[in-house]
Design a binder for this molecule. Structure first.
Ligand SMILES: C[S@@+](CC[C@H](N)C(=O)[O-])C[C@H]1O[C@@H](n2cnc3c(N)ncnc32)[C@H](O)[C@@H]1O
Length: 269
């Protein structure tokens, strides 16, 4: 199953990724680092910098077993594994992203640290109390059944383990500008307010430990880091259609109070 607007075959996603890497001046025949690929495979607000900040907030260490829910191309997972030495299991619904993630694992030599599984966040294919950390960045806004999502996350966390996440949440007013990076139209947009989200997390047995509203730290509309990569630069445009329009709509939604961005760590039990 694919969550992408355009479903790519395994060969197509691989050749798109390899072509993007070559066009950026990198050589896929040489060992690449997670940083080399970060403009391609950190598919969330703030990119690599946001992943680094969440890693610090969650205090992830080498002994931690981590589950990345909705891992996309698993850029965050490779970054965590390379930075800390931890192992990361990835669950991702889109089979084409899974193909791309396995390719990038090979190119970075991290196949023995980062494991890719196709599946749903709503039915995590792992035993109870499996992980020290569940990590999730920019995924919940795609998922309507939030109670089930966070029940599943709590279930696979060990007692006292932590849930580290970055999320888009609803602002003061209704979201009106489409397409957004996570939703072509309102039928795909499942934002709830911070207060509502935290109430669901509490009901699932997860307690707030750290919380940062990062909305005001986002780059402005005209800054270089808010715009899609130009031709020849590695970027999300390798597999996302209309990236400029979507990024512009997200910025406008933020500026007009329709959305907020948050980062948090909650503890299980
Ligand atoms: C915006 S991307 C973020 C990817 C990755 N977390 C990152 O930050 O680079 C959202 C990801 O969530 C995945 N996703 C959405 N709903 C899902 C579900 N129910 N189960 C598993 N993955 C899901 C999508 O396929 C997509 O890869």
């Amino acid at each position: 199953m694919s969550t992408l607007e355009n479903h790519y075959s395994a060969d197509d996603i691989e050749s798109r990724i390899l072509a993007g890497i070559r066009a950026s001046g990198l050589d896929p025949e040489q060992r690449l680092t997670p940083e080399d690929l970060s403009s391609l495979d950190h598919f969330h607000t703030g990119g690599l910098g946001a992943s680094s900040a969440l890693m610090e907030l969650a205090e992830i260490g080498s002994d931690d077993s981590v589950l990345d829910v909705g891992a996309g191309l698993a850029g965050c997972a490779r970054f965590l594994a390379a930075e800390t030495g931890c192992t990361v299991d990835c669950i991702e619904m889109s089979d084409d992203y899974c193909v791309g993630a396995r390719l990038l694992n090979q190119l970075t030599g991290l196949e023995d640290k980062v494991f890719i599984k196709q599946g749903s966040a709503l039915a995590l294919d792992y035993p109870d109390a499996s992980f020290d950390v569940v990590w999730m960045q920019n995924v919940g806004m795609n998922i309507e059944d939030k109670v089930r999502l966070y029940q599943e996350i709590a279930r696979v966390l060990k007692p006292g383990a932590r849930f580290a996440f970055q999320e888009v949440v609803a602002g003061q007013t209704v979201t009106t500008y489409y397409p957004l990076p996570w939703a072509s139209d309102a039928s795909q947009n499942f934002l709830v307010s911070t207060e509502h989200l935290f109430a669901i997390l509490n009901d699932c047995g997860l307690a707030e430990e750290k919380f940062v509203d990062i909305s005001d730290a986002q780059p402005t509309q005209n800054s270089a880091s808010s715009t899609p990569a130009a031709a020849g630069q590695l970027g999300l445009g390798v597999f996302v259609e209309n990236l400029g329009q979507k990024a512009g709509n997200a910025r406008r939604s933020l500026d007009e109070g329709q959305i907020r961005y948050i980062r948090a760590v909650f503890r299980n039990g």
